[in-house]
Design a protein around this ligand. Structure first.
Ligand code: MOS
Length: 731
């Protein structure tokens, strides 16, 4: 078949929804105008563990505008049908208002519904909850770990014993919160037994299925709508309790209810990147060839669900290591359940492994890049599979050249700029992208325009734009004649919009649907005596700008419009699908990067300023270069946060998060973000998706914190094994 021309894919286009966003016409969850909507405000628990002994609602109920106060005392008992399929971790999810137990500080204990937001807020402040409080356990180091998940190959203890060089390092990683700009919010409306929710979610169908399970509703009784998501970073990957609270409140008051979490409530109303204690023992020969690695990983989870993420994977496949053993234990604490956050698991593990590799290089006295080259595996040693593509060596070469790595003095604390100590550091990154089943519907109308629909989300990476590019090229249409629709559970289902899976998964379904429509049109033409394409081999017909023509002979052809008009067809339509990667997998498929950082550290005050960052990405084909740059910059900014600023602090006396606001929880601001540059290796990776992509959104944050930490070491000679790296630690 002639290759369909690619005009939109690969072009540095601006967002198709950019104008809607900057003019305020893009509606986020809480902004939908739902007739008769009233407001709900959650009352959250002020103890870290215990029981509710009484709830005084009289003052709240008397407050003008307050319609109802709902708590476990008067809430309906809900079915909470079993549902592990919507990213609910193993356990017994939090069942709102079903009993008097308080499982963590901030748990919803009541909701006040009122005609205005102000009345609901004031009403919530008037609810008097009394508790029988118990001492919560919120400190990772004090908790009792669960049974480990283990991995082993070879004999790691023996490998470590026989090593010439040994390191035994323990790292502490702070809890991070996603802090998307848009707060989580839900509007819920019942029409009889049918429920519609406008909800901030990264997984339309997951939220749909969870709501159906909680209320035991048939699938077609629930509709989830979210055309725009104002940032997620993983915080929207499952349905949280407040969405259920909104639906309960709407049902009890028989009014549409709008519920927006406050910024403070976002710190316990949605998940977070869990804190870790990670001990890594590394052994190598004199030349730095790894002989053994022992990883002992503890991470926090809640008492009611066991959350896990891909923290074990990098230790199994990033470097050639004959002897590896790993344990990964979840420590149940009186906290709400964590969730994946950008580069989940991999970003945490990479800080540890990549910092340790830097220590090893320093100890042996070789260049950190050379150390990594010496340990480059020839296959995935955990899966025993060849790599589909793995081009880390090229990332190192290009990165070193473009960043000026040869200017790095390997001797720490040897480069100064006035009172600033200057350091360069680098790290490798890896992320194993998700690939989820997805469906899409494409319809070509008689006027020559097309609509493509899938139930995915766009939390900000530019899915509207990139999917329009893919669809436009597959249909042979211009960008402006294709409308891509998402964010509605009535559209064909997809998996979560996360895990770097959307481009490969949804994109493949979109290509499939659009290819089918294009081929229907080509078939109509070549079998039609009245068409200039009559009798041409269908494989020799391409479509460009809405016009079908013979490959290489543009003059011979006709437009979609003419063709459909002659056949009296209002439209052509097809449903496409992507079924996931081949099983069993035949290749190890992952995205990689080499990330470089230059920092300046104030010699007196210990302040760290990042001066330059470069990421070189082996991420497969880049569909949308301009949006890819946004992803890379965003991931690096997130990594700067993890490295230097972000730290959710809990008061272990009562389980309260003390910095649950954007003044005290520090995120990078413009002044913290230096020159950031991204380079993408050319090429495709066709292991299991038609587009040749590997996914970019997660890998861009992996390795960033280690690159910065390694630069701090190069600048100061101080090795900080605790995130974030603070001025206090460097004094
Ligand atoms: Mo990403 S952590 O799957 O939003």
């Amino acid at each position: 078949m002639s290759p369909q021309p690619q005009a939109a894919v690969g072009a540095p286009l601006s967002r198709v929804d950019g104008r809607l966003k900057v003019t305020g016409k893009a509606l986020y969850a809480a902004e939908h105008d739902v007739d008769g909507a009233v407001h709900a405000v959650i009352v959250d628990a002020s103890i870290g563990r215990g029981r509710i002994t009484s709830i005084g609602t009289r003052d709240a109920e008397k407050h003008p505008g307050v319609l109802r106060v709902i708590s476990h005392r008067n809430a309906p008992k809900l079915p909470y049908r079993d549902n592990s399929g919507s990213n609910n971790p193993p356990g017994r999810r939090l069942r709102v208002f079903q009993d008097d137990r308080v499982l963590f500080h901030g748990q919803p204990v009541a909701v006040v519904v009122a005609t205005t937001l102000e009345a609901a807020q004031h009403g919530a402040s008037l609810v008097e909850v009394e508790y029988d409080a118990e001492q919560p356990s919120t400190d990772l180091h004090e908790g009792k770990p669960g049974e480990p998940t283990a991995y082993a190959r070879g004999d790691a203890d023996a490998g470590l014993r026989d090593a010439t060089v040994r390191l035994d390092l323990t790292y502490e990683l702070a809890r991070n919160h996603h802090n998307p700009m848009e707060p989580h919010a839900t509007i819920a409306r019942w029409d009889g037994n049918k429920l519609t929710v406008w909800d901030k979610t990264q997984w339309v169908m997951g939220t749909h299925d969870e709501i159906a399970a909680v209320f035991d509703l048939p699938a077609d009784a629930v509709r989830v709508i979210n055309p725009f998501v104002g940032g997620g970073f993983g915080s929207g990957l499952r349905c949280w309790p407040h969405t259920i609270v909104a639906a309960i409140a709407a049902r009890e008051t028989k009014r549409p209810v709008k519920l927006v979490l406050s910024r403070r409530q976002m710190y316990f109303g949605t998940g977070f990147r869990p804190s870790y204690e990670y001990r890594l023992r590394l052994g190598s020969d004199r030349r730095g060839r790894l002989t053994a690695a022992i990883h002992d990983i503890d991470a926090e989870t809640s008492t009611y669900e066991t959350f896990t993420e891909g923290v074990m994977a990098p230790g199994q496949m990033l470097y050639s290591t004959p002897h590896v053993s790993q344990t990964y234990r979840q420590v149940p604490l009186d906290v709400n359940t964590p969730i994946w956050m950008r580069g989940p698991g991999f970003a945490s593990a990479s800080f540890v492994i990549e910092s340790a590799m830097d220590e090893l290089a320093h100890k042996i006295g070789i260049d950190p890049i050379e150390l990594r080259r010496r340990n480059e595996p020839s296959e995935d040693e955990a899966k025993n599979l060849p790599f589909s593509t793995r081009r880390l060596r090229e990332c190192y070469t290009i990165g070193a050249r473009e960043f000026g790595w040869n200017r790095r003095n390997p001797k720490p604390r040897s480069t100064r700029d006035g009172n600033w100590l200057i350091g360069l550091g680098m790290a490798a990154g890896v992320y194993d992208p998700g690939r989820f089943p997805a469906e899409a519907r494409a319809r070509l109308d008689a006027d020559g325009t097309a609509v493509v629909e899938t139930a995915t989300s766009d939390m900000g990476p530019g899915t509207y734009t990139s999917q329009t590019q893919i669809a436009a090229d597959a249909l042979g249409l211009t960008m402006r004649t294709v409308t891509f629709k998402l964010g509605d559970s009535l559209y064909p289902p997809t998996g979560p919009h996360g895990g770097s899976a959307t481009m490969a998964s949804v994109g493949s379904a979109v290509v499939d649907a659009c290819n089918q429509v294009r081929n229907q049109a080509i078939k109509l033409a070549v079998e039609d005596r009245e068409s200039p394409l009559y009798g041409v081999d269908a494989a020799d017909v391409v479509v460009r700008g809405g016009r079908l023509h013979v490959q290489g002979t543009p003059a011979r052809g006709e437009t979609y419009q003419r063709l459909l008009a002659r056949h009296n067809r209002s439209h052509l339509e097809a449903r496409g699908s992507y079924t996931g990667p081949p099983t069993p997998e035949r290749e190890s498929y992952a995205a990689y990067n080499a990330t470089f950082a230059e920092v300046a550290v104030d010699a007196t005050l210990g302040l760290v300023r990042v001066r330059r960052m470069l990421g070189v990405y082996d991420a497969g084909r880049i569909i949308s270069p301009k949006l890819a740059d946004s992803q890379a910059i965003g991931g690096i900014v997130g990594g700067i946060g993890t490295a230097l600023l972000e730290h959710t602090v809990t008061d272990h006396r009562d389980g309260r998060i003390v910095n649950a606001n954007l003044a005290d929880y520090l995120v990078p601001v413009n002044a913290d973000v230096p020159e950031v540059r991204a380079i993408y290796l050319d090429g495709e990776d066709n292991a299991g998706n038609a587009l040749g992509v590997k996914g970019l959104g997660e890998v861009v944050q992996v390795g960033v914190a280690a690159a910065i930490g390694n630069a701090v070491f190069n600048a100061t000679g101080r090795r900080i094994r605790e995130l974030p790296i603070t001025a206090e630690a460097l004094l």
